[in-house]
Ligand binder design. Structure first.
Ligand SMILES: [Zn+2]
Length: 267
């Protein structure tokens, strides 16, 4: 006899696109037992098989599903900043988000956020200079409908109304995700002479976000406006590797202080 939790777990993993073999290995049950739970003693009909592909975690496939808003807004920002979705076999998609290896705490944070959005196993894949935070599900294109062919900067990126609602409810988490993946906080140190001739150092922290998609830039600046955070922007010209990217900077002291209250230095 297996507990209800284990049986439920096997249905949940199936709904996320896991193979029966993988589920059996993970849950410590036999493939026969899985199929018995799914189909009873008969072989399942196509309709039954489809039903088990539904998931109570996907807001598109299951209208009553509720997604963790703060985690979702963060992962959406991170995905738009430096992530992509790729299609694998049998409709299973991989969500990949890339974080610089200099920030191990942020990598853990992002990983936990992905798990909070969707209870999937999240893998860490080491890359040169960065880590890929990776998770598989059939439902990533539902959860992030901005998925499409080609680079994000070469196609329109628009949020669906349910996503806009979440971003407007969790604007800080959305900005945090964008800055963690594709932005930075830099500190300029300037030496000034005091009237008595001594020198002193001033520190000017500021935030930068650089992206080649004007739509993604627009999502960031709209959200900054929503919070009343003053920003400036300029386009990087004549630098081929930046593809005419736009840089948004937040440098006014009060605006930086506000950003520090929910983003802060990377660590
Ligand atoms: Zn779905």
């Amino acid at each position: 006899m297996y507990s209800r939790e284990i049986v439920d777990e096997t249905f949940r993993l199936k709904a996320q696109g896991w193979s029966d073999q993988a589920i059996a290995a993970r849950c410590g049950v036999s493939v026969q037992a899985l199929r018995h739970w799914r189909y009873g003693t008969r072989r399942g009909t196509a309709a039954e098989a489809r039903r088990t592909d539904r998931t109570t975690y996907c807001p598109q496939c299951y209208p009553k599903a509720s997604i963790h808003h703060e985690a979702y807004a963060y992962v959406l920002g991170a995905y738009l900043g430096d992530g992509h979705i790729s299609e694998g076999r049998r409709g299973v998609h991989a969500l990949s988000i890339f974080y610089d290896n200099r920030y191990p705490q942020l990598i853990s944070y992002c990983r936990a956020a992905v798990e909070a959005v969707f209870p999937v196993k999240v893998f860490l894949v080491g890359r040169t200079g960065c880590s890929e935070i990776k998770a598989y599900s059939k439902h990533w294109p539902c959860v992030f409908p901005q998925h499409g062919k080609g680079h994000k900067h070469s196609r329109p990126i628009e949020l669906e109304s349910w996503q806009t609602e979440i971003v407007n409810a969790q604007p800080e988490a959305f900005i945090r995700g964008l800055i963690h993946s594709d932005g930075c906080r830099v500190v300029n140190r300037i030496r000034r002479k005091l009237p008595n001739g001594d020198g002193t150092h001033y520190e000017y922290p500021r935030y930068h976000f650089t992206n080649a998609s004007t739509d993604i830039i627009g999502l960031l600046t709209d959200t900054l406006d929503l919070l009343g955070i003053v920003w400036k922007s300029h386009v990087i010209k004549n630098e081929p590797r930046y593809r005419d990217a736009t840089v948004v900077s937040v440098s006014r002291r009060d605006a930086v202080a506000r950003m520090d209250s929910f983003v802060g230095p990377k660590y």
